[in-house]
Design a protein around this ligand. Structure first.
Ligand code: XIL
Length: 379
């Protein structure tokens, strides 16, 4: 039974919250200024060393797939080893936390863009594209909003949401490849999460957020992002139906993000089927937060299962031409969100202590194998 772990994600995160490369293949989207951030696999240097030809980003470039990581802004500022691996191995980066609303607007009307601006500068220096994460979520909201939100009218909540979305997207205009506009809006039973936005505004909050984000940066690819969409079932069915309705109403939504937080104890998802059916409905898709946790200590059986789960998710993305990026949710176990969120679990990432694990080698080998097949034509 896989569903309970998903609920655990939502509830534990809520608790926590209370608290490039591309030798020949250009990454398309020609109208976007960020396309210029592509270049040869070996031309970018990091601490004086070229991007290795066998790095994930160089191998991904050969098959037209951007490989990304979530970035811990504190580590980026303090560890040169962290910086080197981030730059050498990945061609897209996601802010793990510093683009979330609580960081961006800690006091109402007072904006704190500096940490995210530093990440964007890093990305520009290393030929990486940026996934913006995220604009609207029930977690990691600023305390000033949480304190007053229940007493606000629908009109007041809508005005605050609009101000937030327009301000943040405008600040980063032209620098974000994909925005996670709405994060985790669905329950496992396919109903909408009863967050403050839904309570006050109904599902119109989702529609409005996409419209405002598009107004503020018409060239950014706008995504709805959620977990457990990897599995065929009530939740992914509801999400597909909903985004199809949005598209039918010409709401500016471009893609759907599949978080892909897997756990060896819940079996493998039919991810390929789900990527395919969203892509067939006209959406870009992306693996946005891949990791594979397991109970500790890791046994040989679990190690094999973790490798298999990473392989499944990368291969599924490789098989779907509209799967435009594969992002891991941080690359190193040292900094993973998993141990503090899922008791007794961990070892979810592809490095530990800055050393590549078998999971890394698995991704590398899958990319190498894909390189041998015909190059995919991506968007
Ligand atoms: C997590 C971060 O990794 C943690 O550092 C933070 O304390 C809580 O949020 N789904 C998401 C991500 O969309 O934003 C979450 O990131 C992990 C689950």
């Amino acid at each position: 039974m896989r569903i309970p772990r998903a609920r655990m994600v939502a509830s534990t995160v809520a608790a926590t919250a209370a608290l490039a490369m591309i030798p020949a293949i250009a990454f398309a989207q020609p109208s976007h200024p960020l396309t210029a951030a592509t270049s040869s696999a070996t031309s970018h240097t990091t601490s004086g060393s070229a991007v290795p030809a066998d790095s994930l980003r160089a191998l991904g470039a050969k098959v037209g797939l951007r490989i990304g990581t979530a970035v811990n802004a504190d580590e980026l500022a303090s560890s040169s080893t962290y910086d080197s691996i981030t730059a050498q191995q990945f061609s897209t980066v996601t802010a793990e936390n510093v683009m979330k609303w609580d960081t961006i607007e800690p006091e109402q009307g007072q904006y704190n863009y500096a940490p995210a601006d530093k990440l964007i500068a890093f990305a520009e220096a290393h030929g990486q594209l940026v996934r913006g994460h995220n604009l609207v979520w029930e977690n990691q909201q600023p305390a000033w909003f949480t304190a007053e939100s229940a007493s606000l009218s629908a009109d007041q909540v809508k005005a605050i949401l609009k101000q937030h979305v327009i301000s943040e997207v405008s600040h980063f205009k032209g620098k974000i490849w994909q925005w996670d506009v709405v994060n985790e809006p669905f329950n496992e039973d396919g109903s909408f999460v009863n967050n403050i936005w839904y309570q006050k505004l109904g599902a119109a909050y989702i529609t409005d957020a996409f419209i405002w984000a598009h107004q503020a940066d018409p060239k950014a690819k706008l995504f709805l992002n959620d977990y457990n969409l990897e599995y065929t079932g009530t939740k992914s069915n509801a999400a597909l139906s909903f985004v199809q309705q949005l598209k039918a109403k010409h709401v500016p939504i471009n893609g759907v993000g599949f978080e892909t937080h897997l756990d060896t104890q819940y079996g493998q998802p039919d991810l390929l089927n789900n990527l395919q059916r969203f892509a067939a409905a006209g959406f870009d898709v992306a693996i946005t937060e891949a990791d594979v946790r397991t109970t500790l200590p890791v046994t040989a059986v679990e190690q094999t299962a973790q490798n298999a789960d990473y392989s499944l998710s990368l291969q599924a993305c490789l098989q779907v031409s509209r799967c435009i990026s594969y992002t891991v949710w941080g690359f190193d176990d040292q900094f993973s969100w998993v141990p503090s969120t899922f008791a007794g679990e961990g070892a979810a990432d592809i490095y530990n202590d800055f050393q590549p694990k078998p999971q890394y080698t698995t991704l590398q080998q899958d990319l190498e194998l894909a390189t041998g097949s015909a190059a995919r034509s991506r968007y």
